[in-house]
Design a protein around this ligand. Structure first.
Ligand SMILES: NC(=O)c1ccc[n+]([C@@H]2O[C@H](COP(=O)([O-])OP(=O)(O)OC[C@H]3O[C@@H](n4cnc5c(N)ncnc54)[C@H](O)[C@@H]3O)[C@@H](O)[C@H]2O)c1
Length: 251
């Protein structure tokens, strides 16, 4: 049986790398796309059936070249995981236009551009798009005017994709992770934020990269063949708890 091919953006580390490793173990060929070409080259060393392609997802020319390279290598694309993302936590008043644009260009434009370049190929295979949003796109909070808004937009973009691409046989879904110990989270989660997350999450802990990867791989797979337009919060129960006051849970 011919192997299926997945493009995974932001695959040099964190959730993207965990997803690439999991899917590779499940028999997929994986295209690892990331802006960090050094880290990418390191992780791809000796990895059979993986192609590393340095790419800034916010640059339309680089995205087009990455997708061309992927198709030349594999012959087709069966799944696109739009995982590359950047975070920034600061008050609205300190979020200048350059910061806003940087977050939007990677987190939102990147999803739009990679999807648009991959759609003709996904239409040929009846493939799947999985976009990585965040609980910050489902629930508003302080300090995330750019990050949270970009992720809320990714959730709506997923629904737009599902609505429009279904007739081409393409499914589009979204995974909204809760906090996961990656470089991205370490950069923006202070010890106080970490403790508060533990309190607010019914499972009382951060998620692991491989737990998010399992949700992503499921939505890419045939096991999710009738699932499209959905947001799967892999978040330890965070989104479900409207009044998740630690004081109430302790009673
Ligand atoms: N870690 C968390 O707590 C958490 C929670 C919710 C959502 N997420 C989302 O999960 C995704 C993965 O995050 P992570 O925690 O693994 O972060 P990470 O920082 O460990 O990995 C992100 C990867 O994306 C790459 N990247 C950044 N900008 C890029 C660009 N312009 N083009 C291509 N690649 C680029 C980085 O080089 C890095 O390898 C992100 O979209 C993030 O917003 C993470």
């Amino acid at each position: 049986m011919t192997k299926k091919t997945a493009i995974i953006t932001g695959a040099a580390r964190g959730i993207g790398l965990a997803t690439a490793r999991l899917m590779s173990g499940q028999g997929w060929r994986v295209v690892l796309a990331d802006i960090d070409s050094d880290e990418l080259a390191l992780v791809a060393q000796g990895w059979d059936d993986a192609l590393a392609v340095p790419c800034d997802v916010s640059d339309p020319d680089q995205v087009a070249a990455m997708v061309d390279q992927a198709v030349a290598w594999s012959g087709g694309i069966d799944a696109l995981v739009n995982n590359a993302g950047v975070a920034d936590f600061r008050p609205m008043g300190e979020t200048d236009l350059a910061i806003w644009r940087r977050i939007m260009s990677v987190n939102l434009d990147g999803v739009f551009l990679c999807s648009q370049a991959a759609i003709p190929h996904l239409a040929r295979t009846g493939g799947a798009i999985v976009n990585i949003a965040s609980i910050s796109g489902l629930r508003a909070s302080t300090l995330r005017v750019a990050y949270g808004t970009s992720k809320a937009a990714v959730i709506h973009l997923t629904r737009q994709q599902a609505a429009e691409l279904g007739q081409q046989g393409i499914r589009a879904n979204c995974v909204a992770p809760g906090p996961v110990d990656t470089k991205l989270a370490l950069a923006v989660h202070s010890p106080e934020i970490r403790a508060a997350y533990h309190d607010a999450i019914p499972l009382n802990r951060y998620g692991r990269e491989d737990e998010i990867a399992q949700a992503i791989a499921f939505l890419c797979s045939e096991r999710a063949s009738y699932v499209t337009g959905q947001v799967l919060a892999a978040d330890g129960g965070f989104e479900a708890t409207g009044v998740g006051l630690p004081a109430l849970r302790a009673v």
